[in-house]
Design a protein around this ligand. Structure first.
Ligand code: ATP
Length: 340
């Protein structure tokens, strides 16, 4: 049985259907990410799980108990928000102890648990400081410690890394994942950052306009997108349909193929029997460090993006330039048919 069962959940604000019939099972100990563009309903789903928002329809159960309309403090879930409001006049340790104090945990035990939680986010040395004496990233980690100390079954995290710069964000992604794994807590994580979602999650739930487009492992949603929206939202994709798909792939379906799953060869070269190709002319070649990204115009008039990983420093650069005639080549297994 799933730890959390969400059934046909719906919530409207005036005429806006923020959440429009969401059904989802979340397993115990799972790191699951709600991913989607701004306004797609992720936060509203999270707030309904937390109890801050009352659903118009549908149900949420936790460990078999219907919690749909319970107040937040009667649910074994905790939330970490992006604007990690710590109490400014309390020390870090007092901030982390606060929840335990309201639960009437005795003083010595409280201090012990708080210090353990602070250690778990590697900030032991800050226990006696005030929040303004910490950096943004450190305050974020303390907000996390404050939630973890209460040992909730489920931790809800709404863009918790949104305010951090790139390097710190990537460090925290690794740290968070490790804390989640070690503590065995179920994490429900909201982000609009595709790479962050793929890096951290056991499964990703892709949202669009209040609905779930696809649920799956990072590999599933990237390699086998269920809808055109998912194909376009997670990473770059060449999506062809109608006559264009028929010319390139021989079928009148919608087909998606990733830029890195295609390669360029000289225009008059050969391909193997399990590959396909189209002739094209390079329009643009952009060096972006790890990759070179080509935009080519095919013999059929549509354009494709092709990406080549720059695995070595070429003494003599043999890559293609604008105006070159090329073959765009792909292995037949790399073209993903999109069902919806
Ligand atoms: P973001 O990534 O920008 O936070 P989101 O996917 O989390 O977006 P939600 O915050 O769930 O999206 O919002 C879904 C829709 O509901 C949006 O159109 C939003 O404007 C609307 N909405 C959310 N909360 C309210 C509210 N309290 N009052 C009115 N409209 C709201």
């Amino acid at each position: 049985m799933a730890l959390i069962e969400i059934r046909n959940l719906a919530k409207a604000f005036g005429t806006v259907k923020a959440v429009d019939g969401v059904t989802l099972d979340i397993g115990s100990g799972e790191f699951i990410t709600l991913l989607g563009p701004s306004g797609s309903g992720k936060t509203t789903v999270l707030r309904m799980i937390a109890g801050f928002e009352d659903p118009d329809a549908g149900s949420i159960s936790l460990d078999g108990e219907d919690i749909t309309h319970l107040p937040p403090f009667d649910r074994d879930v905790n939330t970490v928000f992006q604007d990690y409001a710590l109490f400014p006049h309390m020390t870090i340790q007092e901030n982390v102890e606060y929840g335990l104090r309201t639960r009437k945990v005795p003083k010595v035990e409280r201090a012990k648990q708080a210090l353990e939680a602070i250690a778990s986010v590697k900030l032991e040395h800050t226990a006696d400081r005030l929040p303004h004496q910490l950096s943004g990233g450190q305050r974020q980690r303390i907000a996390l410690a404050r939630a973890l100390v209460l040992r909730p079954r489920v931790l809800l995290l709404d863009e918790p890394l949104g305010a951090l710069d790139r390097q710190l964000r990537e460090e925290m992604q690794i740290e968070l994942k490790k804390i989640q794994r070690d503590a065995g807590i179920t994490f429900i994580f909201v982000t609009h950052d595709q790479e962050e979602a793929m890096r951290m999650s056991d499964r990703i739930v892709v949202f669009n306009e209040g609905r779930v487009e696809q649920v799956g492992t990072p590999q599933d949603v990237y390699n086998k997108p269920a809808t055109r929206f998912v194909a376009g939202f997670l990473g770059a994709a060449n999506i062809l349909s109608g006559e264009d798909a028929k010319k390139a792939f021989g079928k009148l379906k919608t087909v998606s193929i990733r830029p890195e799953r295609m390669r360029l060869q000289p225009g008059n070269s050969k391909i193997s029997s399990d590959e396909s190709s189209v002739s094209a002319v390079v329009q643009e070649a952009a060096f972006v460090g790890a990759n070179t990204v080509y935009i080519v115009e095919t013999e059929f008039g549509f354009r494709l993006n092709v990406s080549k990983t720059n695995t070595e420093l070429l003494v003599q650069d043999k890559s293609f330039a604008a105006g070159d005639r090329v073959l765009v080549v792909w292995h037949n297994s790399q073209a993903a048919e999109i069902p919806a």
